[in-house]
Design a protein around this ligand. Structure first.
Ligand code: SF4
Length: 334
């Protein structure tokens, strides 16, 4: 029985939320996914608010062009976040749009972004966008690899290429060894990862992949609750079981800090999780080669694998780390 209900980020992500809710259209709401990437992170950079889920947020006046008087045929290649959003924008301006998606579902790399712990809501965004596409009856052609013949047959006026980003693969001796895997394959549980893992690259993807692996073998929230309410274990033991998984993980970064490309509002929590899960970090360290037994690392800065006790400024030290699997570093632009 409130006189007023205030919402913050939910209304940035979907300004029509109150209208949709009052009409009983909850399924049509585009949810805030709590990423903080466009709102809080921008505020920390003294920029105006934007939103990962709403490209018009912060650009309402500039971006609201009216409907076109000359509708065009638009082919969107890729049914991920960018492809679906572009298709929605083109449709809303009156164009005739179709989406060609090479897999059997919409969402693309949002599902990769949803894999690390605490990032599950990225999958909700994939579902919300797919719902918006469905609501507008935009045709989606699944399992469609667009080639020249298809383009000739369809004859679109415009093509929007939103086929997703590709991993950045550094040149590194040993990348072709069988125990080396791409982070994307790891996040999709496509490859076994053993018990000793080195993650090469301590940016956002490296940190999230390390946390994803560190969570393997830990107790789930439901299990912790079950054991707690039944007083099966003391809280200390439960904490251990919730944070100590089945893998030993080493995160290696060339620069002097881990997570330089992670926004301020989420970085602190992720850095805490690295400590909580016992993930070792090694900064100022360049992987020189991957060997069948492990890694050769050149260090010229702080060695944080041994808790920062050892500094070797200006010195290049080659160290060998035995591992089970290493991950190629990659960049993505979600
Ligand atoms: S940027 Fe992320 S956290 Fe902020 S309002 Fe948008 S979806 Fe929510």
């Amino acid at each position: 029985m409130a006189d007023m209900v205030a919402m913050g980020r939910s209304l940035i992500a979907d300004p029509l939320l109150p209208e949709k809710a009052s009409q009983g259209r909850e399924k049509d709401i585009v949810h805030c996914i709590g990423c903080a990437q466009g709102c809080f992170d921008n505020l920390f950079k003294l920029k105006h608010v934007e939103c990962l889920c709403n490209p018009l947020a912060g650009y309402e006046n500039q971006a609201r062009a009216g409907r076109t008087s000359a509708p065009k045929k638009v082919m969107v290649i890729g049914g991920g976040a960018a492809g679906m959003t572009a298709a929605l924008a083109a449709h809303d301006k009156g164009h005739q749009v179709s989406i060609h998606e090479k897999t059997g579902r919409l969402g693309g790399q949002l599902f990769l972004a949803a894999a690390p712990p605490g990032r599950e809501e990225f999958a909700q965004f994939a579902r919300d966008l797919a719902r918006q596409v469905e609501l507008r009856h935009i045709p989606v052609i699944f399992n469609s690899m667009v080639d020249e013949a298809l383009i000739q047959a369809e004859k679109p006026d415009h093509i929007i290429l939103a086929a997703g980003s590709s991993p950045f693969i550094p040149e590194l001796p040993g990348l072709d060894l069988p125990h080396v895997a791409h982070a994307w394959d790891v996040l999709e549980n496509k490859v076994p990862t053993g018990t000793r893992v080195a993650v090469i690259g301590g940016g956002a993807v490296g940190v999230e992949t390390a946390l994803f692996l560190a969570e393997k073998g830990t107790l789930s929230t439901d299990m912790v609750k079950f054991l707690l309410v039944n007083r099966a274990e003391d809280p200390e033991t439960l904490y251990e079981m919730a944070t100590k998984g089945s893998k030993t993980i080493l995160l290696i970064e060339m620069m002097d800090k881990i997570g330089k490309d992670i926004g301020k509002s989420t970085k602190w929590g992720m850095m805490q999780d690295l400590g909580r899960f016992g993930i070792q970090t090694l900064t100022g360290s360049k992987v020189a080669r991957i060997t069948p037994e492990g890694l050769e690392v050149e260090q010229g800065g702080t060695n944080s694998a041994d808790q920062g006790r050892h500094r070797c400024p200006g010195r290049r030290v080659k160290t060998r780390y035995p591992i089970g699997i290493s991950l190629k570093r990659y960049r993505h632009s979600l």
